[in-house]
Design a protein. Sequence first.
Length: 380
Amino acid sequence: MFDRIIGYIRAIFGESGDIPLHEPRFQGNERKYLEDCIDSTFVSSVGKYVDEFERIICEYTGSNFAVACVNGTEALNLGLKLAGVMPADEVITQPLTFIATANAIRYNNAFPVFVDVDRHTLGMSADSLSEFLECNAVHEKPGVCMNKSTGRRIAACLPMHSFGHPVDLDRIAEICRRWDIPLIEDAAESLGSLYHQQHTGTFGLLGILSFNGNKIITTGGGGMILTRNEEIGRNAKYLTTQAKVPHPWEFYHDRTGYNYRLPNINAALGVAQMEQLPMFLEKKRILAQNYHDFFSELGIETIHEPPGSRSNYWLNAILLKDRAERDAFLEYTNGRGIKTRPAWTLMTKLPMFVNARRTELRNAEWIEDRLVNLPSSVIK
């Protein structure tokens, strides 16, 4: 069976050489805009392409503000600060995620709390979130949610849209409102994904995107803070540029800022990539359907977009019967040049977070044992 799968993947992506998990596609105006950027000499944090990239992302996502950052991790780090997360606070997130989600919490000297995920979304479970809060949270005063078990403030809820599949945002947002907890979306992987026709990253106080080299579009490295909140949007732009007070020549800074602004040369790449995003999304849906049809014949389950959602299908995934079959499949395919990957090791199994508070993680552990990501580059 494994040989049949390898043959099918090679028929899609190529008969020889290694087949990567997800490689970028540069087939539009990338070279033209990069040359224009170089000719202008504005290749760092000032230039027309940074402004244009932010404008395009605002228009595409429906966000009021989009602030370009050097990468998604720093966008999330700053986003947590802008949401008011303070040292010793707690931030509720999920164990099945890329390490940047949990790291950004620790950058703010806050503590991650891990609740379970849903099998059909791969992201934060509203049931697990609600159960944790009912058992542990209390309104000590209006607008402030405290963990009565630890005495710490619960400062934010941070779900992540795994592999581009939206979490149950209606329920999670309602739970956050009820408990006065700001909702921050880690939408790093979900550019182009919709939940009830609204773009991910725009449901909470703020959200973030990533444009790393392996994402659906890339700026080489880059990220974006999305928000509809004017104060947060303006503060984000100000702080990412070292909190410099505008002046033609004076260097005066009135706050501790950050050198997080996306360079113009990276934004030039992003503008060209955004012009192709609708085509990328269409081809990814075709690939996802082809995978589904093929693996259904083998009796292997594929991951679908959740009900009420439209996923970008950034990475396609299958579910094997157990960890032993998962590991055998990973070894066999990678040994033959097909770069398949497992889900991330759960955050709660990493040495930095092994003692973190968590709920029962039955679904996350079940998924970790079975899920394999397949080559998912945009079909040429």
